[in-house]
Design a protein around this ligand. Structure first.
Ligand SMILES: Cc1cc2nc3c(=O)[nH]c(=O)nc-3n(C[C@H](O)[C@H](O)[C@H](O)COP(=O)(O)OP(=O)(O)OC[C@H]3O[C@@H](n4cnc5c(N)ncnc54)[C@H](O)[C@@H]3O)c2cc1C
Length: 413
């Protein structure tokens, strides 16, 4: 039985509401404190969602609600110039899902709220005070909150990370700026298919929407890092004009961007990757989600890993007698997995910034690389991962629990 009975959660994005809900399920009360003035229901574009992330959400009974708002893409292919390679489907795997970050955030927030979690907005954490028996969060409006532990779910630019270890690394720039949009085009794209496309000058991806439009995302190599605010300041018209030039010779990239209206275009800004963080916790403070392991958008695992870690942290807090033991077990379980996936993401990012010679060679290598049993086994292992919620993290004993079968749409895989 845990000696921890209360938690302060900093950040109400994706990991925040999930860890709060899972803690409730573990009989630990928590409130969420978010810097934004309210739920970010309208910010963010599509993000990839993997089977392992959905399986983790099934533990807190919100997997099906997320499946309902996600778009299933049973087929994935890679296009290098005019050469298209269908990526092997992994047996028994749910389809790749794309979900608007704002929809995911809304579903997770509403579910946490329905389980009794309270969200406090316009509460930017600025400092903490620690005592032997508690931790107090101090917010920018001067207000305070005290609990047994404080969980930093405060994203890639985490303050809690620096409060744990002032020497902690910052997220690094991948050398890519992100953009997204929705186009109305006359040339049809492959139905129910995600296409990862290596264009002549830059990488992009696209997928069809049920309403007939085509959604796309672009990763533009850039020597200069731009925050979201800096990138947005240049305006949608200017970025669309730059992207039209970059993708002009790509099919269908050129047509997609030429047929995207400024109001259907979103600037994501500089894309980040988190180097390994030496200290995941200290005393009564601990990190979860992008604050400790943002694996780069190239993996399609950012949100899924954040959710897995949130649930694993709640499980460890439920089963260990004190915070240091729970935090150590949590880190032991999660660190190898998230660092391996981040390393894979870093390799993909290098491929996105390839020079012209390597780009010409890619059609030769890609089918070989993706067809190998080793690569397929690694991807299957990533997605087959399940958190053992019904097994006690401290003793290893398994309690019988109703076997829950998640509702699945026919994936075609
Ligand atoms: C507004 C927004 C839009 C995004 N859009 C996309 C997208 O389009 N595509 C994509 O792939 N990923 C996007 N992401 C990132 C994606 O949500 C995360 O990579 C992933 O889901 C992990 O979630 P997280 O909860 O760890 O971090 P995040 O989702 O980044 O959430 C962190 C939360 O902490 C809050 N916060 C930060 N500092 C403090 C503080 N000092 N005090 C209180 N609160 C604080 C932030 O406001 C934020 O709500 C976006 C993130 C945000 C915040």
């Amino acid at each position: 039985m845990s000696a921890i009975s209360s938690a302060i959660i900093i950040g109400g994005g994706i990991a925040g509401p999930v860890v709060a809900t899972a803690l409730r399920q573990a009989n630990i009360t928590s409130d969420v404190y978010e810097a934004y003035p309210g739920p970010a229901y309208t910010i963010g574009s599509g993000l990839g969602f993997a089977t392992n992330g959905l399986a983790a959400l099934d533990i807190i009974d919100v997997g099906d609600a997320v499946r309902d708002v996600a778009l299933d893409l049973p087929t994935s292919q890679m296009a290098i110039g005019t050469k298209v390679v269908t990526l092997p489907a992994l047996p028994s795997m749910e389809p790749l899902r794309i979900i608007d970050r704002s929809d995911l955030h809304r579903v997770l927030h509403d579910h946490a709220h329905s389980r009794g979690v309270e969200f406090h907005y316009s509460k930017r954490l600025v400092a903490v005070e620690e005592s032997p028996s508690s931790v107090t969060a101090i917010f920018d409006d001067g207000s305070r909150a005290t609990a047994d532990i404080l969980i930093g779910a405060d994203g890639v630019k985490s303050l809690v990370r620096k409060l744990i270890d002032p020497a902690a690394p910052d997220a690094t720039f991948t050398g890519l700026l992100g953009f997204g949009g929705y186009a109305r085009v006359s040339t049809p794209v492959a139905p129910d298919t995600m296409t990862f496309a290596f264009g002549r000058n830059a990488y992009y991806l696209h997928w069809p929407l049920p309403d007939g439009r085509v959604a796309w995302g672009a990763n533009l190599p850039s020597e200069t890092y731009l925050t979201l605010t800096e990138a947005r300041a240049r305006g949608n018209d200017e970025w669309l004009s730059i992207l039209r030039d970059v993708y002009a010779d790509d099919e269908p990239g050129g047509e997609l961007i030429a047929n995207t209206a400024p109001e259907d275009f979103e600037v994501v800004g500089g894309l980040h990757i988190m180097p390994p963080v030496p200290h995941w916790s200290r005393g009564r403070l601990v990190l979860v989600g992008d604050a400790v392991h943002a694996p780069s958008n190239s993996t399609g695992q950012g949100a899924s890993l954040a959710i897995e870690s949130a649930i694993e942290l709640a499980r460890c807090l439920r089963d260990f007698d004190d915070a240091p033991a729970a935090f150590a077990a949590y880190e032991r379980t999660r660190r190898p997995r998230v660092e391996e996936i981040a390393a894979r993401g870093a390799k993909i990012n290098s491929a996105k910034t390839l020079g012209p010679i390597m780009r010409r060679l890619m059609p030769l290598f890609m089918p070989i690389v993706f067809g190998t049993k080793k690569v397929q086994a690694r991807l299957a292992e990533e997605q087959d991962y399940r958190i053992e919620w019904n097994t006690n993290a401290a003793t290893g004993t398994t309690e019988s629990a109703p076997v829950r079968t998640p509702r699945r749409r026919d994936s075609g895989r």
